[in-house]
Design a protein around this ligand. Structure first.
Ligand code: ATR
Length: 277
């Protein structure tokens, strides 16, 4: 029998998840159907209840329902607790298991697809919103030399650094700061986890943050050469990436969690890549 999955959000038309999971099902020979589910604002629980009652096995969750899904879950994984957001659910009787795979997806893309180790490297994360919250623990688990979070609103960067210090098991130094505090410090990996690229804005980051041979990684996907990536390029950075691999890898994590088989992501990444020009 075909098992049913869906991605729930509002709006939902833009979601690439059905394309990705359908491709994964094809390459792994899994018999699943994966659809888009538009839920009305305030109607998350009702829509998920109905999907489960009709035999649905699992869901991805996108904006604006990632917090609703935290409340809906019966079993919240540490990744979702730390991120304060859920992006995947698995249903088993009365149980609703909830995960957030964005952070592990990001790290897998950087380490495996881009071949860039985080171990012993200096890491800078721009922004202190939901994207950074989700990425922090998986980044720290790679044992970088240090992690600096910078944000326009300093208090948010400091709070997130403190939260990370409380949760991490390795003793990686992690600090929060403002852009003005960056001075001439440089980093081996610079992640843009702000939402600035969605409105074609540039976080106020000096070109000196990019160390020789640095990776500049834009978490947003499909925007081409964003102002952040353009800045990195102008600073001489040749290793540029956007979030297409992260998108594919978080989906592969969810697929493996649901189906017990990990799909190869290369085909999906190739299909969804928007050139960085
Ligand atoms: P997300 O869930 O995508 O992370 P969010 O939680 O709303 O979204 O967080 C957006 C992040 O982008 C915040 O860190 C925000 O900075 P502030 O906390 O100071 O608002 C950051 N951000 C948004 N636009 C920005 C810009 N033009 N320059 C720098 N940072 C920006």
């Amino acid at each position: 029998m075909t098992d049913r999955y869906a991605v729930i959000g509002n709006p939902i038309e833009q979601s690439k998840s059905p394309l990705i999971h359908t491709a994964f099902a094809q390459v792994t020979g899994q018999d699943i159907e994966y659809t888009k589910l538009l839920a009305p604002l305030g109607g998350f629980a009702q829509a998920v209840d109905a999907f489960r009652a009709a035999g649905g096995r699992g869901m991805n969750v996108t904006a604006p329902f990632k917090l609703d899904a935290c409340a809906y879950a019966t079993d919240l994984a540490p990744s979702a607790q730390m991120a304060g957001a859920v992006n995947a659910m698995k249903f088993d009787g009365d149980k609703v298991y909830a995960e957030n795979f964005d952070g592990v997806g990001l790290v897998r893309d950087v380490v495996t697809n881009l071949g860039c180790s985080l171990r012993g490297r200096r890491v800078l994360i721009l922004g202190a919103g939901g994207a950074t919250r989700g990425a922090l623990l998986p980044i720290l688990a790679q044992a970088p030399a240090e992690v600096l979070i910078v944000n326009r609103t300093l208090a948010k960067a400091q709070a997130l650094a403190e939260l990370a210090r409380q949760h991490q098991t390795d003793a990686v130094p992690v600090r929060g700061a403002g852009y003005a505090d960056l001075g001439t410090q440089s980093f081996d990996l610079v992640f843009n986890a702000t939402s600035a690229s969605l409105s074609a804005e540039l976080p106020p980051v000096p070109v000196s943050v990019f160390a020789q041979g640095a990776l500049a990684y834009e978490l947003a996907y499909g925007k081409g050469l964003t102002p952040f990536l353009k800045l990195a390029q102008q600073a001489g950075v040749t290793h540029l990436a956007d979030g297409v691999g992260m998108l594919a890898e978080q989906a592969a994590e969810a697929f493996a969690w649901w189906r017990g088989v990990r799909p190869d992501t290369q085909g999906v990444i190739q299909q969804l890549t928007v050139p960085l020009v």
